[in-house]
Every structure is written in C-alpha cells, then in structure tokens.
Design a protein around this ligand. Structure first.
Ligand code: ADP
Ligand code: MG
Length: 288
C-alpha cells in the first residue's frame, strides 16, 4: 500500500504541475544535488522567432533561402522548424516538394529538392564537416543560427531567438538556496548556452551536445558523486533521462521522453522542479 503521506504528496504534486509516474523517482528527488536542465522549452519558452535572414551568395533572395528551408522544415517538429514555418506562412511563400527527408540528429535536417541536396544545419555541423564559417558571420549572444546549404554551397543563414521563461531565474535561485546546482545541457551553440547560463546564474553549461553525448554528460556528473536529475523533452533526451538518478520529462515534449522519465512536468515550468524536491523532502521527513 502507498503510505498516506506519499498519497497526499502525490495529490499535492498533481496540483503543482507534477505527474509522478514512478515512486522511486519521487523518493529519490530529495537526494538531488545537481539538476541538469535542457534549454529549449523548460528554461526558455520554446518558441523560436526568426530575427534575421542573412544572404551568403550573391543574387539569392531572402525568400529563396526561406523557401528551400521550408521544404525541409515542414517535415520536422523541432521548435526551430516551427519558427521557420511561421515566417514562411507570414510571407505567403509557396513551400516546394522535398524528397528523401532525413533528420541529422541534433544538428539539423536534409532532403532533396528538384534533385538538389539541401541541408539546414547548426554551426556545430559545419565545424564537424570542416566547412569554414562565412567571413562576415556574426551572431548575437541570444541567437540560434541555422545555415542553409544547397549542393554544398552555403547560401545563407537564418537567425532565431527564443525567450527565457520569466519563472526560470527564481527557480535557479531557490535551488541554490537548497544547495542544489543547476547545469544547462543543450544542442544549441555556445554563445546562446553561455548567455542563458549567465543570465540565470547557473553553475555551468554544456553546449553543442549531440544526442548520444547527453547520456555521457550525466554519467560524468555521477562519477563526481553528484546525485543527478535531468529535465528533457526530446526523443534525443530519453537515454540521458534513463541514466539520470531522477528523470524528469517536460509535458509538452515527446512521448518517448515521457515514457522514460519517472516524473512529468505537466506545465514545463522549471519552478515545479523546485516543488518536486521540496515535496520529496517534506514527505520522507514525515515518514521517519
Ligand atoms: P536542444 O534540445 O538543446 O534544443 P537539439 O538537439 O534539439 O537541441 O538541436 C540542436 C541543434 O540542432 C539546434 O540548435 C539546431 O542548430 C539543430 N537542429 C535540430 N533540429 C533542427 C531542425 N529541424 N532544423 C534546423 N536545425 C535543427
Ligand atoms: Mg530538445
């Protein structure tokens, strides 16, 4: 049977936006020493808006860059894709057909348009493929940038920005009050990661992390004797959520993340992670 205090806390948790799927995860929440937060959708709102379109090849128009990107992004559910499709709709750009669509996990998407190979990818992807960044390339500290490549030519890039959730700073501060560290883990570029981490006063960040590396980062922290919770929303995050001592899925995310995690943040609000830990502590204090 479920002890009464636990049952009560579970009901209280539901009111506070927490769905406890696994009681061990709830029990363990009071022992958390480090929380690893994914960026998009938990600490940030998760709504990307296109802020700039920069042309890198003469004669190409902004709308052509968007048109090529849209043919790929209409197949993707990433928040970046949603942001690009919104401006494409606003500008009433006709979306062309694409074939052979493929996600390049954690780095972008690719497909063929009229037999031509088109990619929309991260700065990290360029680095990995030894493609030099364009000379005049600049990104603001809060811009996420994706490059549009047609047949191995960098034709332009699209800068997007997301907003930090108003509740995030207070959530981090409260965690610190309880001597819990908060670390950012993201596939996004270093400037954005550093900017979010600095603005929220976090204890560090890992940027440009590929999906298979997320799990390794959790292990590294555990090897340093940290008791680690992780929040995540993507299919990509599932292995890391499983590795963490407490896996917390964000409600708006993928089903696979939700299946793997012991706890679900129904409203994707980072403050609810704080409630989880406080409930955990209060519940198990009452029992002993
Ligand atoms: P996170 O979950 O931390 O936002 P992801 O692993 O989902 O990171 O994505 C990492 C990076 O991969 C993005 O910042 C972007 O550069 C690139 N990326 C992922 N999906 C797409 C997409 N659909 N279109 C363009 N770029 C993408
Ligand atoms: Mg993600």
């Amino acid at each position: 049977a479920v002890p009464l205090v636990v049952a009560k806390s579970t009901a209280l948790s539901a009111k506070n936006g927490l769905l406890i799927k696994n009681r061990t995860a709830f029990e363990n929440s009071r022992k958390i020493s480090t929380i690893v937060f994914d960026k998009t959708g938990t600490l940030t709102v998760g709504k990307f808006e296109v802020s700039r379109i920069v042309i890198l090849e003469e004669g190409i128009k902004e709308d052509s860059v968007l048109r090529a990107a849209s043919a790929l992004e209409k197949n993707s559910e990433h928040p970046i894709a949603t942001g690009i499709m919104a401006i494409v709709k606003e500008r009433a750009i006709a979306v062309p057909e694409a074939n052979d669509f493929q996600a390049i996990t954690g780095q972008g998407v690719q497909a063929k348009i009229d037999g031509k190979e088109v990619k929309v990818v991260s700065p990290g992807y360029l680095k990995e493929k030894d493609i030099p960044l364009p000379e005049n390339f600049n990104a603001n500290e809060n811009e996420t940038v994706v490059f549009v490549i047609i047949e191995n030519h960098l034709v332009g890039y699209i800068a997007l920005s997301d907003m930090i959730r108003p509740e995030s700073a207070e959530a981090i501060k409260t965690l610190h009050d309880h001597k819990i560290k908060a670390i950012l883990l993201t596939g996004d570029n270093k400037q954005v990661a550093k900017s979010v981490s600095d603005k929220l006063g976090m204890d560090g960040f890992f940027a440009e992390v590929l999906p298979h590396q997320k799990l390794e980062k959790i292990k590294e922290l555990q090897e340093k004797k940290e008791f680690v919770a992780m929040t995540g929303d993507g299919v990509n995050d599932a292995p890391a959520l499983a590795q963490a001592d407490v896996g917390i899925a964000v409600g708006s995310g993928s089903d696979i993340a939700a299946e793997t995690a012991g706890i679900i943040l129904v409203n994707s609000n980072p403050k609810d992670v704080v409630s989880l830990i406080l409930f955990g502590k209060a519940t198990y204090r009452k029992m002993i």
